[in-house]
Every structure is written in C-alpha cells, then in structure tokens.
Design a protein around this ligand. Structure first.
Ligand code: NAP
Length: 345
C-alpha cells in the first residue's frame, strides 16, 4: 500500500504503541523519526524485540514537549508529513498521584506540538492518541464519536484537553488533525505497570514456579480490550486522509479483569475458579485448590469508569479498521511472550 507520506514523526516511540507503529511504517519503507524524553534512552527493548532497533530508516530525537521552541526546532529538522503524537503520561493510576503532571504532559504537551505544527509544518497530518477516558462515567454504552465528553479521572481530563485543543486547532487554523479515541489495547509489549501485563507476567511466573499468587484490584472493572498493532494500523491510515476527524478505535467487546485473568490462566492450561465476594474474593487453581489470585483493596482507584466499550463503525467504514484478535488469543500471545522472557531471565 502506497501512503501519501514518506516521512513520519512518532512521539513516544519507546512506548507500546510507538514501537508497533514504527515497526509497521518502517516495514512499509517510510522514514521514521521517533522521540524520547531527554532523560530517557533513545530506543529500548520494544524496538529490539520487534527487530527494528537498528533499522537504517529509523532516527531518534530527544524532545521536551514542555518546550514549544524545542517542538518547533524538531519539526523544522524532521520535516515530517505525518505526525503521530503518542508520548504522554499514559497511566490513569499515576494521574491520581500527580494530576498536574498529567495535565502538563498530555494537555500542554499536545498544545505545544500543535502550535509548533501550525507554524512549522501546517501541511502535515497530525494524529493524536486520545483516550476513551474522555467519556468518563458515560451514561450509555457503547460510546462513539457523538458520546458526550465528561472525563472523571485526572488522566481523562488531560486527554480531554488534548482532544478538544486538537478539534479547535483543526477548525480554527484548518489543520489536518485527527483524534484516535483509543479504548484499551494490549499486546506483548505492554508496560508491566498495567494490570493486563501484570496478569500475563504473573501467570507466566506462576507456571514456572517463580511465584505462587497474583494480587489484583477491581476485578469487576470492565474494559474493551483490543490488540495494539491493529489499532496502530488504523492510526497509520488516519494520516493518509486529506482532512482530520475523530475516530473511536475499539473492539466493541467488554471483558472484566476477572475474565482477563481467567483467560490468561486458561492459556497455560491452569484453569481457575472464583470464590467469595469483594475483598475476600479469591481464585483457586481447579486441579490443586491452591489460591492463585487475591484482591488487594489498596489497588482500587478512587474513581473507576465502570463500563467503557466502544462502537468503531466509523473507523471500520472510513479506515478499514478490523479488530480481529479475541481475548483468548490476546492473552495467549501476552502470556507466551512473558514465558519466553521469564525463561531467559
Ligand atoms: P506507553 O507504553 O506508556 O508509552 C508512552 C511513552 O511516552 C513512554 O514510553 C515514554 O517514553 C513517554 N512518556 C511517558 N511519560 C511521559 C511524560 N510525562 N511526558 C512525555 N512523555 C512521556 O503508552 P502506550 O500504551 O504506548 O500509549 C500511547 C499513547 O496512547 C499514550 O498517549 C496513551 O495515553 C494513549 N492511550 C493508550 C491506550 C492503551 O490502551 N495503550 C489507551 C488510550 C490511550 P520515553 O520514556 O522514551 O520518553
């Protein structure tokens, strides 16, 4: 597939999504410039695992998103036709500890990059990694592009600022700027601070006898879990369009953390059964009766969006977005990857 752009900038290339997107674009022959914060390394284990760390078309740049002059300097240096803005504080839990840090990184950082693009690269296509958390405690499910925005977490507010600013810059200055309203998407490259990776890593360690139990927070939280590479293909297609728009990217299926954990234990052939309620709920290994999962109330969030599940009809029709991986295959891939890493460790 021939794209309209041959040079792309990816902020946050070291993250889960940045690495998958870089791998896809490099595989298509696109020159990729990836940013990391000045204190972070250029490139990391994710690009290495994907086999793209030393690709000749991959270039690293340090960027402080809090500095608009640095953003302009970078855009002038790179001259990208597609700008994928993925960098940011990505964990809802962290945003309760440092709300202003989240607003600054995700909100002001996006504004600085948009301003730099307006001045420096007005003809590029800007794609923002927004989040389903902008819907907060939505009254109706599934959510789509028309769902009222009412963020409830500090992270949601920071993404709301970025998302709204992008819509404003699109209208006010005629920029081609798209917002990917991303529902949860996981993969083998997920950071281990997220519950899904905590589960896949913990299950792998239990199978290898390195740990006995997993400790989780809200087992009832229901999320729409997708597979990151499928979502990044849709972002790549967004930047191919003449004008910007908002797109929900979601699988359309919700699963609870309890169901995610059950699927991960199934993936290693160790089915579990749940017993009890609330903080006393546990999961026991069916064959031995050993407790494999416990609840720790310290891991509960002050606010937890109860049901975020998306309707991605628009993305399916306009971007060819086709999420195909189901929960069974997703958890199997994540657990397999962690088993490989744990065996090597
Ligand atoms: P990730 O793995 O945490 O990667 C984000 C990258 O951003 C990090 O690798 C880090 O790279 C950089 N970063 C971290 N904190 C930062 C800060 N305070 N300021 C600037 N840069 C920072 O996240 P991801 O899963 O790839 O997500 C990519 C984007 O999609 C994020 O904006 C996230 O909020 C959004 N999103 C993701 C999901 C999901 O389910 N994955 C859902 C909704 C929205 P360096 O250390 O190299 O700088």
């Amino acid at each position: 597939m021939k794209r309209r752009y041959s040079r792309a900038l990816i902020t946050g290339i070291n993250g889960q999504d940045g690495a998958w997107l870089a791998a896809q674009l490099l595989g298509e022959g696109i020159e990729v410039f990836g940013t990391h914060r000045p204190a972070s390394p250029a490139g990391n284990w994710r690009l290495q695992e994907l086999g793209f760390a030393s690709h000749p078309n991959l270039h690293h740049r340090a960027l402080d998103l809090g500095n608009v002059a640095a953003c302009r300097g970078l855009l002038s240096d790179v001259d990208a036709q597609a700008i994928f803005h993925l960098a940011g504080q990505s964990r809802v839990a962290d945003s309760f500890r440092d709300p202003l840090g989240s607003i600054h990184a995700n909100g002001i950082g996006t504004l600085n990059l948009l301003e730099a693009m307006r001045r420096q690269s007005p003809d590029a296509h800007f794609v923002l990694a927004s989040s389903a958390e902008i819907f907060g405690n939505a009254e109706h499910a599934p959510q789509d592009e028309q769902t009222p925005i009412r963020a409830s977490t500090p992270y949601g507010v920071s993404k709301l600022l970025a998302h709204s600013a992008m819509g404003s810059w699109r209208q006010s200055f005629g920029l081609a700027a798209s917002s990917a309203i991303l529902f949860n998407h996981e993969s083998e490259l997920r950071d281990d601070a997220f519950v899904t990776r905590k589960i896949s890593q913990g299950v792998a360690r239990i199978l290898l006898g390195k740990e006995q139990e997993l400790t989780l927070g809200n087992l009832d939280a229901r999320r729409d879990f997708g597979y990151a590479p499928e979502y990044m293909s849709a972002l790549a297609n967004m930047a191919d369009r003449d004008s910007g728009d908002d797109y929900v990217l979601a699988s359309g299926h919700a699963a609870s953390i309890r169901e995610f954990a059950s699927a991960a234990f199934d993936a290693i052939g160790m089915p579990i059964d749940w017993q009890g309620h609330g903080a006393a709920e546990v999961a026991r290994e069916r064959s031995s009766g050993k407790i494999r999962v416990r609840v720790d109330t310290k891991l509960l969030r002050p606010v937890d969006a109860p049901l975020l599940v998306g309707n991605a009809t628009k993305a399916r029709e306009q971007l060819g977005f086709k999420p195909q991986l189901d929960l069974t295959e997703l958890t199997r891939r994540m657990v397999e990857a962690d088993l490989g890493r744990e065996r090597k460790a």
